[in-house]
Design a protein around this ligand. Sequence first.
Ligand SMILES: NC(=O)c1ccc[n+]([C@@H]2O[C@H](COP(=O)([O-])OP(=O)(O)OC[C@H]3O[C@@H](n4cnc5c(N)ncnc54)[C@H](O)[C@@H]3O)[C@@H](O)[C@H]2O)c1
Length: 254
Amino acid sequence: MAVSAYDLTGRTAFVTGAAGGIGRASAILLARAGATVHCADLDMSGLDETARNIKEAGGTAHLHHVDVTDRHRLRRAVASCERLDVMAAIAGIMHSSPVLETRDDDLDRVLNVNFKGVLYACQEAARLMLARDSRGSIVTMASGAVDTGGPGLLCYGASKAAVVQLTKTLATEVGRHGIRVNAVAPGWIRTPMTDRHDTEAQAHTESLMARMSPLGRVGEPEDIAHAVLYLASDASAFTTGQILRPNGGVTMPW
Ligand SMILES: NC(=O)c1ccc[n+]([C@@H]2O[C@H](COP(=O)([O-])OP(=O)(O)OC[C@H]3O[C@@H](n4cnc5c(N)ncnc54)[C@H](O)[C@@H]3O)[C@@H](O)[C@H]2O)c1
């Protein structure tokens, strides 16, 4: 990296959801910026692939086979970091059902992973940073769903709205200790989560999403990884409690 404010040399980052999609792209970019990256996910073979990518890029990765809803496993994984400068809490799941057909167990599952999983990651990271008296940056993953809502998005949107609330609240509580907390709220990004497993349906969705953007294209995981790197690094030293929206401009009335 040519611009030093983005340089993470000597720093350590912990990335949840690092086995694929946005989490993998973020882990790789943070490693390319110089960070030692701890990658956590349920999907061990996906983690192996991420580690290979990081090694090929000249970086260092440590892998943790962890379910983010298991607070104790997550705590052990985070505590194993010699130092912690960046937490990127990216792991998440999608669920779609109309409000009137939403079952308690769907709501519980989505809130557990998307909200509690992020809460645990934030708590463990902030506690470790405070205990070691170190500055740090926590990046959470929200979604454009928090701005728009949409059919079927009750569970997912509620979980991401809770992430926004967590982000803003924690930012006010730990800012004086030099810990920044920000969220990324991506638009539609081409990842395994948005894969419709049908070429025609996928092309239809992508062309619809691309038409909604003034940029005329859909997002790629690397677009979001760059937002994560910005918030993780000193380039965003005066930014906290904010929601960054890399969404191709789809929310503009154009
Ligand atoms: N793709 C999009 O369009 C989009 C848009 C807005 C927000 N997001 C958010 O970005 C994040 C990453 O999404 P993605 O599109 O890369 O999806 P993805 O499905 O490609 O990646 C999600 C990762 O999280 C992991 N994961 C899921 N549950 C877990 C658990 N309990 N413990 C540990 N790991 C777990 C999965 O194994 C996977 O590797 C999610 O929080 C998602 O809600 C995605």
